[in-house]
Design a binder for this molecule. Structure first.
Ligand code: DAH
Length: 346
């Protein structure tokens, strides 16, 4: 067979001129350099040629092959650039509305804790925390809670299997309130001081719409010389107005807590019915929001303070309860389920 190398080169250059994508380049390579491509066919035909023609045709075929390889190399660079800049997938249509990234935010309980703590910070309080695993001493004894008090019962407190190293025969527990933080702060600091202690507390309650085995409290403690009940009342009424609204009324109802004397429960006028009486306040017109009182002398004694040296005020509130009242949430379980339909509302 006679090969017209001039024509072949002409056709080949024409083919090469049409290459504009990596796929077309590959097609071109297969056509000329593939196993059954033109160059292979030329080499295969050499065997049948007269002896003196073989080296001439062979040389021409080699030259052609080198030329094609050179062209493929050059085209490779060019088409890869083309595909990067003009490939349909890379085309940016600036008129299409953007996809906004989903932005998270703080959980309503965290927001409530931060809001309450910030209010007290503005009144000069400092935020502290305390351990969730506590001793019986801090959780009960130092708070003047008698040994036979029902809250010490295993039905009302989660006891751990770990023994309290400093108190043999006594077991560690999950704190059932944030009040043990009071004892730790008093032991570590010299008055005057004012602290708020937010955190989780645990009680083995059956879970229902208003009970959970874990919830959050914020404890408040102010210790100084000559702290009076009027200071407590003034402080809490400022807090209630700033947190619930200026038109909210506050009242203190006498109550009993072992670690304060006198003690009171704090009510606010129902923000829904404005005190008229509705289903949220149980027709009373008032909502209970926290416990408070003046620090009991026995508590100062347990913290190692000299008798009558200091006076103090304390209060404790349930964060879930306050958030439920403020936002009209009817079931405490909603806080912990992390259902987006709930979480994203706040
Ligand atoms: N620790 C109490 C509870 O869990 C709440 C409480 C009441 C805290 C009165 C106080 C207080 O500091 O003075 O029910």
């Amino acid at each position: 067979m006679n090969w017209d190398f001039e024509q072949i080169e002409k056709d080949m250059r024409e083919d090469a001129g049409k290459i504009s994508s990596p796929a077309q380049l590959e097609e071109f390579r297969i056509k000329y350099l593939g196993r059954k491509g033109l160059i292979s066919q030329i080499y295969a035909s050499l065997a049948a040629l007269p002896k003196e023609e073989k080296p001439i045709v062979g040389k021409q075929a080699n030259n052609l092959r080198r030329l094609i390889e050179q062209i493929i190399k050059e085209k490779k660079g060019a088409v890869s650039q083309i595909s990067e800049t003009s490939d349909a997938a890379c085309f940016i249509d600036v008129t299409i509305p953007g996809v906004a990234p989903v932005q998270g935010h703080k959980h309503i309980l965290t927001q409530t804790i931060e809001e309450i703590c910030a209010l007290f910070e503005r009144l000069g309080f400092v935020i502290h925390d305390g351990p969730e695993i506590e001793t019986e001493f801090h959780n009960f004894t130092a708070l003047n809670i008698p040994v036979d008090h029902p809250s010490r019962d295993a039905f009302d407190t989660f006891y751990l299997e770990q023994e309290d190293k400093e108190n043999k025969g006594r077991y560690l527990l999950l704190r059932s309130h944030t009040s043990p933080g009071q004892i730790r702060i008093m032991k570590q600091n010299k008055p005057p001081f004012a602290v708020v202690i937010p955190g989780r507390v645990y009680r083995p309650d059956a879970v229902d719409a208003s009970h959970s085995f874990m919830f959050h409290q914020i404890e408040g403690l102010l210790v100084d010389k000559d702290v009076r009940f009027s200071h407590l009342k003034g402080l809490l009424s400022v807090f209630c107005k700033r947190f619930f609204g200026e038109d909210i009324k506050m009242r203190l109802r006498p109550h009993f807590f072992p670690f304060t004397e006198p003690s009171a429960e704090v009510d606010i006028s129902c923000y829904i019915c404005k005190g008229e009486g509705c289903s949220v306040c149980g027709r009373k017109g008032w909502l209970e929001i926290m416990g408070c009182g003046l620090v009991h002398p026995k508590v100062f004694e347990a913290a190692g303070y000299k008798k009558n040296e200091y006076t103090g005020l304390a209060f404790g509130l349930g964060v879930e309860r306050i958030a439920m009242l403020k936002h009209g949430i009817h079931d405490i379980r909603l806080f912990y389920e992390n259902d987006k339909r709930f979480v994203t509302q706040f």
